[in-house]
Design a protein around this ligand. Sequence first.
Ligand code: FES
Length: 272
Amino acid sequence: ATGTEPELNSGGVRTPTRAAIAAPHLRTDRWWLAPATTAAGLLAFVVYSTWRAFANTDYYAAPYVSPFYSPCLAENCEPMRAGPNWEIFGGWWGLSPALLILIFPLGFRLTCYYYRKAYYRGFWASPPACAVAEPHKKYTGETRFPLILQNIHRYFFYAAILVAGILTYDTVLAFRDEHYEWGHMGLGTLVFLVNIVLIWAYTLSCHSCRHIVGGQLKHFSKHPVRYRMWQWVGKLNARHMLLAWASLVSVALADFYVYLVASGAFDDPRLF
Ligand code: FES
């Protein structure tokens, strides 16, 4: 840096130092399809999860507890709950208990490197797509408030590990029947199994995880175990976008399954 640069990309691609191209962009493909589909998918999840988080009902159907409501940290959880239930918040908490816990997985996904790209493009057109100039006059990246807060992603990763651990516990509890007898399996158990595998795969494929596992090393040869783990995480990391979507859909489906059973719309078929 010479110290004489203009403010960070203050004029976008229309600055005199850039090639003077009159056309808004030179792409001839349907470049808008990806951001439009992304925005529609994310919006659908936001609408669904907001409804379910505020509903405060039909989130438990023995032995299944909705991943949106686990762990339950308030006294007002359904009394028949048999999942993780720590009443840190007393009787004064009158809102949905999901609101107390969703902040962690939500914060994890909101600050995720992939989702950032997805919603910057889908909702803010910043930029809309590769080689399509953004409509905003000024670009400060993530150097200012509030976007500078995206840097706390690593801490949300730690919280996400805890949440994934609790959802794993819920999945183990799903190997019971409605009378809490062990050694049973319903269709819901399968739904929970698929969901927890995808949740772990997404969580471990995180860029922060990759850096925690293999970062700040001068010589991989001196750290063979971390090197091996870094390679595993790297393989998952290459599929981070796919895992982000798959786990988003699976967690919504797991919640919806519990909703259907709890509301009496559907009977959980026992597989054995
Ligand atoms: Fe996506 Fe960490 S980068 S979860």
